[in-house]
Design a protein around this ligand. Structure first.
Ligand code: PSU
Ligand code: MN
Length: 305
């Protein structure tokens, strides 16, 4: 049986050997970060993993085929081409049409899990948008993690979202949320949100043990590992609050809806902050990639016994 996706040679070899692999998404590169920093970031995230002895699997759909692990030209394409943003529901349509797209946390998680990859690093998970009571705008990242066996390392969810509602939905969907070295849920650019967590761990081996126990007990859901940005790297909270208010008002005025909301807000916030939010975004993403490398290594070691 041919697989419905293409593994890069290095990812195929690492998976066959039981070596650590970390999935990386492409929407953060194509729609979440401005050019040309997005291309540098895509390369840097892979380099951080390689230096930690972990094989990177950046995921995107190229010419109709979901690619698990990109070559240099693939990485260039997700950074420079005008790609669609694909969530899980878009994958069959893009595949059938032979098209290309960047994959969200949801679509990346789905494809990574299909390929047998257990750990994924992103910036911030999607969630419930403010005003969702009216708009019903809730990211498919949440519902996908309810049925997808993957550990996603993220700096919580972006403060543009309704964090309280997002945490409630994760509870309803039976997705475990575990703080990494914290009992407070982070809010992306800031180390903390107003919400505390029931569970936290101090190291990667503990995460691997939870993954193993979830496999033994669970029903194939994912895990959200909430990894806060170090205090000295976080955005100034007062400036954060001021710019967030402006960006939300601009999105309202512009009448942005659907999958355009998150990219609009992220890029507007970079603009309004004169680039400050971008540096913080990159720092928190690097930090997540490092933690994901440690978790994938601990998972691989645990499987080897
Ligand atoms: N985190 C970032 N930058 C991003 C995203 C997350 O640091 O661009 C993307 C992810 O791909 C996530 C998506 O899945 O935003 C959520 O979009 P939506 O709200 O439309 O589901
Ligand atoms: Mn949405």
């Amino acid at each position: 049986m041919p697989t419905p996706f293409q593994l890069s040679d290095e990812v195929a070899a690492a998976l066959a050997a039981g070596d650590p692999v970390v999935a990386l998404e492409s929407t953060i590169i194509s729609h979440g970060l401005p050019r040309p920093r997005n291309h540098e970031a895509a390369i840097e995230f892979e380099t951080i993993l390689r230096e930690a002895g972990v094989t990177p699997a950046t995921i995107a759909v190229l010419d109709g085929v979901p690619q698990i692990g990109l070559d240099a030209e693939g990485v260039r394409r997700i950074a420079e081409d005008e790609l669609a943003k694909a969530s899980v529901r878009d994958l069959p349509i893009i595949a059938a049409a032979g098209g290309s797209a960047a994959t969200t946390v949801a679509a990346t998680s789905h494809l990574a899990a299909l390929a047998g990859i257990r750990v994924f690093a992103t910036g911030g998970l999607g969630g419930v948008h403010r005003g969702a009571g009216e708009s019903f705008d809730e990211s498919a990242d949440l519902s996908t993690l309810a049925v997808t066996n993957i550990t996603v390392v993220s700096a919580g969810v972006k403060s543009v979202l309704d964090i309280a509602a997002t945490l409630e939905r994760l509870e309803t969907l039976s997705v475990p949320v575990v703080g990494f070295g914290t009992t407070v849920f982070p809010s992306f650019w800031l180390r903390e949100s107003a919400f505390t967590l029931d569970w936290s761990v101090e190291n990667a081996a503990q995460v691997a043990a939870i993954m193993q126990a979830q496999d033994d007990l669970g029903h194939g859901q994912g895990i959200v590992l909430a990894n806060p940005i170090p205090l000295e790297q976080q955005w100034d909270p007062a400036e954060h609050d001021r710019i967030l208010t402006q960006a939300l008002a601009l999105a309202d005025e512009a009448g942005v809806t659907g999958k355009a909301v998150t990219p609009f807000l992220l890029l507007k916030i970079v603009e309004l902050s004169g680039g400050r939010s971008l540096e913080v975004n990159l720092d928190l993403a690097r930090n997540n990639v490092r933690v994901a490398a440690a978790v994938a290594s601990a998972w691989s070691a645990l499987q080897r016994g």
